[in-house]
Design a protein around this ligand. Structure first.
Ligand code: ADP
Length: 559
């Protein structure tokens, strides 16, 4: 085994007659690793994964630089100082690779226990690196260091490499089997194959090379040069992951710059490619880098264009939304103004028609009674529709005012039932009131609004029940401090489709028209909004069309 002890090297390791492959394998891989590492680190300094990749690349560069010096330098003091860096950097590569894969998979830092294990695994290598155990002298003609117990020290850090080679595939395969996310699986395949081929080529080539050289099979360890190409493969895989998955959070322009730097770096190999084999190797690398670079830039460009298109669409959408908001506001204002304008004349029509009907302006001829009753009824319906529209515009403008007070909702519901019973009877319906109350039945709410809600729901039951009964049942649950009012009828019922939509604005059930042609489809919408504003709710149930309905108002008890 011989070293390249020809001339005094310039800049630590440049000598004229060293084999080209020595530089070809060391320098591009080192610069590439450092370039990617620094790049990734600068783009996101706080991302742990980026940091780990940087330190992995740094350890690799320390190894290659130390190795280059050991191959070419002739000064024993420099050699003795440099030798331990091989062990330290190669152990760091093993442990950092495991750490890196853990963070890549779990997207978070490892536990402190695992960190401590990593540190304890590294500790012996770090502690004894510059001791006699590792290096006590340097055999310059053999180009090898020797230590008193060098064999144990070396065996230990080689074992760390083997540990990484076994540990990483296990966790990668385990997480690959467990994961159902196809994108993640794709990334895992790339990173797993990338890091494993790097470690495999690095560790096997370096240790096999020195073993074969040791037993005299080769005259030197130059076989290890090939092991360093694994780093280039790893960095290319990292590049693909950066561009396709944004895992390392690298800017798009940065990726383009990196590609150009890679091309220049690879092409620069021609300057010291003297033999045929290195020219061929450089050309292959250049073509390969150019292809990867082309694909990367293409994907970057299409990404940028897509982003631009999305931005334009987003701007258009924003404008359209703004226009819609303005139109909606105008519509609400229009409805509000129109409703206010209509309210006074309709009140007058309704009031005077009632007075006429009651005979306040003299005897009403029999023939006129029916038309006047119709005027009264229509005016009342119109006033109620206008009230609905006004309520909707108040809700939408956020103008609905609530005045809270404590009152007995059970009594209030009973009064409303008493008020509406004649109307129900007129339509041949029975209106029953039932209660089962454990509390005092007091709620804190806006009494007017609550009356309006109950009125509305019982009125609906009267409207949508051709024959049978309406039962209003008030009950409570003091454990959860809730008071419920069930309004059950034997009317037209609802199918599930209707049940889903009735609380929306202007929604009316299909069969509603057959029973009650006049209706705005706003009553339930307004009632629900009011109930919700008072921390309550309303729900609707029905077994189906023709099977009756049950509406439940729920309000919090004031205990
Ligand atoms: P409107 O009664 O003016 O149509 P609502 O918002 O009060 O508006 O009711 C919406 C729809 O809900 C009604 O059109 C009807 O289809 C359905 N609905 C409400 N109450 C009942 C009920 N008690 N029985 C059957 N359907 C009902």
């Amino acid at each position: 085994m011989i070293c390249y002890l020809y001339n005094e090297p310039s800049l630590l390791f440049f000598i004229n007659d060293a084999p080209d492959l020595l530089y070809y394998s060391h320098i591009p891989a080192t610069i590439l690793a450092l370039l990617v590492g620094i790049f990734v680190l600068l783009n996101s300094k706080n991302n742990l994964l980026n940091k780990l990749l940087f330190f992995l690349a740094l350890s690799f560069s320390v190894w290659t630089t130390a190795n280059l010096i050991l191959w070419t330098n002739i000064h024993v003091d420099i050699l003795l100082f440099t030798w331990p860096f091989l062990a330290v950097s190669s152990s760091l590569i093993s442990i950092l690779s495991i750490y890196f894969i853990y963070v890549f998979i779990n997207k978070q830092d490892v536990s402190s226990k695992l960190k401590l294990s990593f540190l304890s695994l590294l500790l012996p290598v770090l502690l004894f690196a510059h001791t006699n155990l590792n290096v006590s002298g340097f055999n310059i003609t053999d180009c090898d260091a020797f230590g008193f117990e060098g064999i144990y020290y070396k065996a230990y850090y080689i074992a760390l490499g083997i540990l990484a080679l076994i540990w990483i595939p296990i966790i990668v395969v385990r997480s690959y089997i467990k994961s159902t996310d196809l994108q993640f699986k794709k990334q895992l395949r790339l990173i797993g194959v990338g890091i494993q081929s790097f470690l495999l080529s690095f560790f096997t080539a370096t240790s096999v090379a020195s073993y074969l050289a040791g037993i005299g099979y080769f005259e030197d360890s130059s076989l290890e040069f090939y092991g360093l190409f694994g780093m280039i493969i790893f960095m290319i895989f990292i590049g693909i992951i950066i561009v396709n998955f944004k895992t390392f959070k690298v800017g798009l322009l940065a990726t383009q710059a990196l590609t150009v730097a890679l091309l220049i770096l690879t092409a620069s190999q021609y300057t010291y490619a003297t033999t045929k084999i290195t020219v061929i190797l450089t050309t292959i690398s250049l073509l390969f880098t150019a292809l990867i670079g082309y694909l990367l830039i293409k994907s970057v460009k299409s990404e940028v264009e897509q982003r631009k298109k999305i931005q334009v669409l987003a701007n258009d959408l924003e404008k359209a939304n703004e226009r819609l908001r303005q139109m909606d506001k105008l519509k609400s204002e229009f409805v509000s103004i129109a409703s206010h304008q209509l309210r006074s004349p309709i009140t007058a029509i309704s009031g005077y028609a009632s007075l006429i009907n009651e005979g306040s302006y003299g005897e009403v001829p029999d023939k006129m009674r029916d038309p006047i009753s119709r005027i009264v009824e229509s005016a009342r319906m119109m006033a109620s529709s206008i009230e609905d529209y006004l309520n909707v515009s108040r809700i939408e403008a956020g103008n609905m005012k609530f005045t809270y007070s404590d009152f007995n909702l059970v009594d209030e519901t009973e009064h409303i039932c008493d008020d509406l019973r004649p109307e129900a009877l007129q339509r041949g319906l029975v209106l029953l009131f039932r209660k089962r109350i454990d509390s005092k039945g007091i709620v804190n709410a806006d009494i007017g609004k609550v009356q309006q809600i109950i009125h509305n729901l019982i009125n609906n039951s009267i409207k949508y029940t051709p024959k049978g009964a309406i039962t209003v049942y008030v009950h409570d649950d003091i454990k959860i401090k809730k008071l419920y009012i069930d309004i059950m009828d034997t009317g037209i019922g609802m199918n599930s489709e209707t049940l889903h939509s009735i609380f929306q604005k202007f929604e009316r059930g299909d069969s509603a028209n057959s029973v009650n042609v006049k209706g705005t489809g706003l009553g339930l919408y307004v009632a629900l909004k009011m109930a919700e504003a008072m921390k309550g709710t309303i729900s609707a149930h029905s077994e189906g069309e023709g099977k009756g309905s049950r509406f439940t108002i729920e309000l919090p008890l004031a205990l």
